[in-house]
Design a protein around this ligand. Structure first.
Ligand SMILES: Cc1cc2nc3c(=O)[nH]c(=O)nc-3n(C[C@H](O)[C@H](O)[C@H](O)COP(=O)(O)O)c2cc1C
Length: 197
């Protein structure tokens, strides 16, 4: 196993700080060291198998949503969850505006849904042509044949680095199909477990 040390010295530096503290040559070296650290981090994270979900919000032609692996449980009491979305995500903007979102945990049968909801060429309501979408309490879209669905009010948004950490208060849950799970591992979609009949 190889280890890469993460250098923290530039983490809090602004571009101005770097220009003052480093010569042009050193700036280049620092930047390639950061690239290597970033690459090592990405390689490490590829080893983490992640359950695949779609997080979605809005109604009718204003629906939008995207594929995520960052969804996870935050606490049971009160029931709450979190998901991390890139600042550029149109889903994030709509979730803030609507104050609610729904999460559908995808099964092995939802490979196509996962691809459509991460396709940068398709946006908003067009993505919902794949799958059968229903509502529970907040009106957020939930996939009718998901492994499980979680309907949430948006409780808090914490801005950090390139992403926003969204905290959701769970207002309704549904457990549906007993299919195998869709996971993302080493840059590929895989299935986990067998369908239970
Ligand atoms: C397996 C997988 C997992 C993803 N997980 C996340 C995630 O956790 N957070 C995120 O911001 N984007 C994630 N993405 C990327 C978004 O799905 C993608 O950028 C999408 O087009 C964003 O759509 P939007 O801008 O309409 O919100 C993931 C993509 C894939 C394929």
């Amino acid at each position: 196993m190889t280890f890469s040390r993460c250098l923290n010295k530039r983490v809090h530096a602004t571009r101005g700080d770097i220009a003052v503290n480093y010569s042009g040559m050193n700036m280049l070296k620092a930047s390639s060291a950061q690239d290597r650290e970033g690459e090592a981090f990405r390689r490490a994270m590829r080893e983490l198998a992640g359950g695949v979900s779609v997080v979605a919000t809005g109604a009718g032609q204003d629906r939008t949503g995207c594929t995520v692996t960052s969804f996870c449980s935050l606490s049971v009491d009160p029931p709450s969850v979190l998901v991390c979305l890139n600042h550029g995500s149109s889903t994030l903007k709509a979730m803030r505006a609507n104050g609610a979102f729904g999460v559908s945990q995808l099964s092995a049968n939802h490979h196509e849904v996962a691809k459509v909801f991460s396709d940068a060429k398709l946006y908003g309501a067009a993505r919902f042509e794949w799958g059968d979408w229903r509502n529970l309490i907040t009106g957020s879209p939930l996939l009718s044949d998901a492994l499980a669905v979680i309907d949430c009010q948006l409780e808090d948004v914490i801005e950090r680095h390139t992403h926003a950490i969204i905290i959701g208060r769970v207002v309704a849950v549904g457990n549906h199909e007993q299919d195998a799970a869709l996971v993302h591992w080493r840059g590929r979609f895989e299935t986990l477990g067998a369908s239970r009949v």
